[in-house]
Design a protein around this ligand. Structure first.
Ligand code: SF4
Length: 493
């Protein structure tokens, strides 16, 4: 697997927020993708959109609840179509399956279309260590391969780069004169990659869906590279997560309406490729061999957890990233692994292990925008809360995210809030301090008498460094209730 840096989320976020060029790039996320998504929804009407979302969710719920049945059916139908289905329990096994195919077929050059799962597995370095030249052929992926970086968005992997960055990169890596015209740069990449398509022995693709009833792999793209990768080389290997299976072609039609609109605001992408098995005798072209590698790599842990299982419904459209106020500020690399944004904050801790990613469930304001944007109605905030609960209550110290002092403060706060008499005394003391502050020549705590700006001692000072904490009101709710609403004081014991 690629290097996991999920434990550095806080430090990486601060760095990202201080990077003006990244901030300019991230501004495009909300104003570009999300505006396009909203106008695509308007076009079909919110009522129709909501019906499609519910249909898609129902299909996902049914499939994940009967995953063993649909995986068996998929196996039967991939084999019947002349292909080979491989199950890989982890990244090492998946990489070894692909490496074995490449080794035994004497593969020298491989072309790849976009596959987040292959990023998850760290497949490229494994093939390269065997002497196979691997070429990413999706334009965004090609850019980040040249830059030796990782994707920063599920749909737009090079979103963090400006056109000037790409022009400089092409000059440095391809030895061409600087030219930041986007069409010229795309044409350059096309020319370079065209030769690689012709040389490749092996084509590797991801899959947006795999259809159990026909054994088909479905790729939806906006560039023709997916078709060239899957049809020109003599061997095609599709790699995807085991949750990508759907029951039928009829079900596929629902997702084909939802995914492009949610991802890029398009009615449909430029290419929808449905691949079933290798070339048949009467086909003019296509691969001689077709392999499908279905990867678990921690997904069984999500499947076994009723609270987190619905994260497996994700179709990786990226809509939750585009709307997320945290992603919009820190970008994808701060999350430290392949899957960024709100859905990454749920799946990464379960795929890489909670001790390594316990900060990620905190990377959310819990505003609920991701749940509203998600075409599958995945309740991400609820799952983030569940993970926070796990990190707060775990008996395993390595999984706990809050330091001991914060846990002690939380316990004290809970004790105070559950003892009304004690709470009254504490409120009275707090008011006394606030009155004292008013007669002081300057205000160390409150600026405008509404918010506590700087609590004096840690850990409270750390808390108020990034949060507004309201000052005590003139009357608490209990006092208002007793004096004005309940008809008189009551026993508070
Ligand atoms: S969680 Fe929903 S919105 Fe986010 S990537 Fe997955 S399907 Fe798209």
């Amino acid at each position: 697997m690629p290097e996991i840096k999920t434990q550095d989320f806080s430090a990486a976020s601060v760095k990202a927020m201080l990077n003006p060029q990244l901030q300019r790039a991230l501004n495009r996320v909300g104003s570009g993708f999300d505006v396009a998504r909203l106008s695509a929804i308007e076009e079909v009407t919110p009522e129709v959109w909501d019906r499609w979302r519910q249909e898609a969710r129902d299909i996902k719920v049914h499939t994940i609840e009967h995953l063993d049945y649909y995986l068996d059916l998929l196996h039967t139908n991939v084999t019947a179509a002349g292909g080979h289905l491989h199950f890989a329990k982890d990244a090492d096994q998946a990489n070894e399956i692909v490496a074995h195919i490449a080794r035994t077929r004497n593969v020298k050059v491989a072309t790849k279309s976009k596959s987040m799962v292959s990023e998850e597995l760290g497949l490229n370095p494994v093939l390269e260590s065997m002497g196979v030249d691997v070429y990413e052929t999706d334009l965004g992926e090609y850019i980040i391969q040249l830059a030796d970086e990782t994707p920063s968005h599920l749909v737009a992997p090079a979103l963090h780069k400006s056109k000037e960055d790409v022009a400089e990169l092409f000059t440095e890596k391809l030895g061409i004169p600087y030219d930041d015209d986007i069409y010229h740069m795309a044409a350059t990449a096309r020319t370079v990659l065209r030769d690689k398509f012709m040389e490749a022995d092996l084509g590797i693709s991801g899959a947006n869906f795999v259809v159990a009833e026909t054994g088909s792999l479905v790729i939806i793209t906006n560039e023709g590279n997916g078709r060239l990768c899957t049809s020109a080389p003599r061997i095609h290997i599709g790699i995807t997560g085991m949750e990508k299976v759907i029951p039928s072609m009829q079900d596929l039609s629902v997702f084909l309406r939802l995914l492009p609109r949610s991802a890029t605001g398009q009615r449909i992408t430029s290419y929808v490729s449905i691949i079933t098995g290798p070339r048949r005798d009467d086909d003019e072209d296509g691969p001689e061999e077709f392999h499908l590698v279905l990867v678990d790599n921690g997904r069984s842990r999500l499947l076994a957890d009723p609270a987190l299982r619905e994260s497996l419904y994700c179709i990786r459209c990226g809509a939750c990233l585009n709307i997320c106020p945290v992603y919009q500020r820190v970008g994808g690399h701060a999350y430290g692994w392949v899957y960024p944004g709100p859905i990454g904050a749920v799946v990464s801790p379960m795929l890489v292990g909670l001790p390594k990613a316990k900060e990620l469930p905190q990377a959310s304001s819990l505003c609920g925008a991701c749940r509203e944007a998600c075409p599958i109605k995945i309740d991400i905030p609820r799952m983030l809360l569940d993970l926070r609960k796990k990190t707060a209550e775990s008996p395993d110290k390595s999984q706990r995210s809050a330091p001991q002092i914060e846990r002690t403060m939380a316990r004290l706060y809970a004790g105070l809030m559950s003892r009304p008499r004690l709470l009254r005394v504490a409120v009275g003391f707090g008011r006394f301090l606030q009155k004292l502050e008013r007669v002081m020549p300057f205000s160390p705590l409150t600026k405008d008498r509404k918010w506590i700006r700087n609590a004096p001692l840690p850990p409270l000072s750390k808390w108020t460094r990034s949060r507004d904490l309201p000052t005590l009101p003139k009357q608490t709710f209990h006092e208002i209730w007793e004096k004005e609403l309940s008809g008189g004081p009551r026993d508070r014991s």
